[in-house]
Ligand binder design. Sequence first.
Ligand code: THU
Length: 134
Amino acid sequence: MTDRELLDLAIEARKYSYAPYSEFHVGAALLTKSGKVYKGCNIENASFGATNCAERTAIFKAVSEGEGDFEAIAIVGGKDGKELELCPPCGICRQVMTEFCDLDTFRIVLGDEHEERSYTLTELLPLSFEGMSK
Ligand code: THU
């Protein structure tokens, strides 16, 4: 699957985003090494700390179904009724990716309907804490 195709699936996933408080809607599509895709969206809560990001929704869906080998994740986001804007993953999501994904080969694909760019975890979270996990 190309990065473009994965981003298009993230755009699809964003349709289900539940974000009545921030009005910032995020979609993610996580590709496993076996070629399956798990989609996720952000799900907010009146108690703001209970909000779950799109990336973690997708990763937790996959891990809870026994998946553990991941190739890439595409992420898109933007405000209600506005153009998509670059949506780099938050720090907590980067840390969660560090738990399950290879630091140098897993691709984090960002973009919109027109362009895509990809980063490694080492680039987005240098010197990450892995003490307990690897
Ligand atoms: N959000 C994500 O879904 N992923 C991120 O990596 C950054 C932030 C969501 C959380 C919240 O619902 C909204 O975007 C505004 O912060």
